[in-house]
Ligand binder design. Sequence first.
Ligand SMILES: [Zn+2]
Length: 66
Amino acid sequence: MEVKAFELNDIVEMKKQHPCGTNAWKIIRLGADIRIKCEGCGHSVLIPRREFEKKMKKIIKKANEQ
Ligand SMILES: [Zn+2]
């Protein structure tokens, strides 16, 4: 089963990659809306939590894992 429990500073992969060619986003704000920042170009977007959960594919790296 796929785990979709995400936390602040986790790196996630989205269903659609960013136009810059990177598909790794860091969660930099958690709330009713979620702000993620592209690890490739630093562009950040704010999306509603429900939409984020739909568009997020998987967690690449947990913030609390080394
Ligand atoms: Zn980018």
